[in-house]
Design a protein around this ligand. Structure first.
Ligand SMILES: [Ca+2]
Ligand SMILES: [Ca+2]
Ligand SMILES: [Ca+2]
Length: 128
């Protein structure tokens, strides 16, 4: 079911509502009950880069067969690329994922304590 979690993590960049399975325990690597900025970034970057099948450090849409099979996923993928592909080369790098994770973290960390609680993840604001 690892693949499902990876897809959820990737979709979390676009829509937390779609990404309900991406819960706290899947990201809380040191098991302290909260998700730090580093844990959040690591999960999104390493999860997303697993799509990089040919190992060139970039994820292109053609490398996302599992995602494109999900109903409605094409629109989500298009949006992920629109908001994440900062240099517009049609591929997502780990750097671009990290930048995106940073922005997303700030949106979800409602009380601004630098950590994400289960409640904050559950009530994460929709992607604008
Ligand atoms: Ca933690
Ligand atoms: Ca790019
Ligand atoms: Ca918080």
């Amino acid at each position: 079911m690892r693949g499902h979690i990876i897809i959820a993590a990737m979709l979390a960049l676009a829509s937390p509502a779609v990404a309900q399975p991406a819960n706290l325990s899947s990201m809380d690597r040191d098991k302290d009950g909260r998700v730090s900025r580093a844990e959040f970034r690591a999960e999104l970057v390493s999860g997303s880069m697993k799509f990089d099948k040919n190992g060139d450090g970039r994820v292109i849409k053609a490398e996302l067969p599992g995602v494109t099979r999900l109903p409605g996923a094409k629109g989500v993928v298009d949006r992920i690329y629109k908001i994440t592909d900062a240099d517009g080369d049609g591929a997502l790098s780990s750097n671009e994922f990290a930048v995106r994770a940073e922005v997303r973290f700030k949106e979800i960390d409602a009380d601004r304590d630098g950590f994400l609680s289960q409640a904050e993840i559950k009530s994460a604001p929709r992607q604008r």
